[in-house]
Design a protein around this ligand. Structure first.
Ligand code: CP
Length: 345
């Protein structure tokens, strides 16, 4: 634990930068994001004002539903002194075909940031937000696309560091597909995790049924990042194999790359043959006794995970969800503030 004499006050700014994928940011920049997130968490809990974005507006464009992302951005922006404007694509002219160029130019002339969730159709969301960002002259933030969910994976990394320390070299994290009947969930969380975590020395093992592979480019990036980050990445044949001796398990559902954008019902139909891909107490016994159970939520209780596990002593899902607030605020403050952010480390 840091003593008072080891705490330094630092300054940081990433003014004007887009937050579209963690891949666009160096490890040192991500470390700063995490340190500012931790400082904002401390200030929030101590009720120390931190109005870094007074009178600023961010536009939140949702092409999909949300609980954590919408509310962490809205509450977070209020706490930073500004206003978050909630928009759904179906009430915007984008639903009549208005271009990302026109949307980006116009919204950026009214405010100070644009955040977008567009995650359900492989090949569309990330390209859409890159095009908005090309034309907008304010930061554009990815609130989840088809490729990455960088707000979630930053919060996940923050949670792992809080529980296991800053040096994560050699930590084993299992990312596994799990069964869910509720909807064909985006692929971007597992893709974001396999790309990000090996950069911090983590050994990532992925498991999925044959039909639930991820975008090939993300495998390639995960392998390259593992080399540069002294971590590793491999694919296991089953949830048990991935969980073996794991320090952290992240089992969650996602849809079939081939069908989820065009025929999500088919993606769910195929999943019905894998209802035994559930994280239960027996499977948790394969991991280390103190293994963390994580899930970005929403979880399909009784399908992806049993109540015994998600409500049990290894589960950190509520700490993980809470960290969505602190990381969202760090992303907004650092990219949208014209002045440097002071933080303690
Ligand atoms: N984890 C996550 O992004 O949650 P929401 O879909 O509720 O925003």
């Amino acid at each position: 634990m840091l003593t008072t004499s080891t705490i330094e006050t630092r300054k940081a700014s990433f003014a004007g930068r887009d937050w579209l994928t963690t891949q666009d940011w160096t490890n040192a920049e991500l470390e700063t994001m995490l340190d500012v997130s931790a400082d904002l968490k401390r200030k929030f809990k101590a009720r120390i004002p931190h109005r870094y974005l007074p009178d600023q507006t961010i536009f939140l464009m949702f092409f999909d539903k949300s609980t954590r992302t919408r509310n962490s951005f809205e509450a977070g922006m209020t706490q930073l002194g500004g206003h978050a404007h909630f928009l759904t694509a179906d009430v915007m002219q984008v639903s009549h075909g208005e271009s990302p160029k026109d949307t980006g130019i116009i919204l950026s002339s009214y405010g100070h940031g644009i955040a977008i969730r567009h995650d359900l159709i492989p090949g569309e969301g990330h390209a859409y937000m890159r095009e908005v960002a090309r034309w907008a002259d304010v930061p554009v933030i990815n609130m989840q696309c088809d490729v990455d969910h960088p707000c979630q994976t930053l919060a996940d990394l923050m949670t792992i560091r809080e529980k296991r320390g800053r040096n994560l070299r050699g930590l084993k994290v299992a990312v596994s597909w799990a069964y869910a009947p509720s909807y064909a969930k985006p692929l971007s969380v597992p893709q974001g995790l396999i790309m990000l975590l090996p950069r911090f020395g983590i050994d990532v093992v992925l498991a999925h049924p044959p039909e639930y592979g991820l975008m090939p480019d993300t495998f390639e990036t995960a392998r390259e990042n593992a080399v540069g980050g002294h971590g590793s990445f491999r694919v296991a044949g089953s949830m048990e194999e991935a969980f073996h001796d794991a320090d952290v398990v992240i089992p969650k559902s996602w849809g079939c790359l081939d069908t989820m954008g065009t025929n999500p019902a088919e993606s769910l139909r195929i999943a019905r043959q894998y209802t035994n891909w559930i994280c239960d107490a027996e499977r948790m016994k394969v991991a280390r006794p103190d293994a963390l159970y994580m899930h970005p939520l929403p979880a399909d209780r009784g399908n992806e995970v049993t109540d015994e596990v998600i409500d049990g002593p290894n589960s950190v899902v509520y700490a993980e969800a809470e960290n969505r607030l602190h990381t969202a605020k760090a992303i907004m403050a650092l990219t949208m503030s014209e002045r440097e952010i002071d933080y303690e480390r």
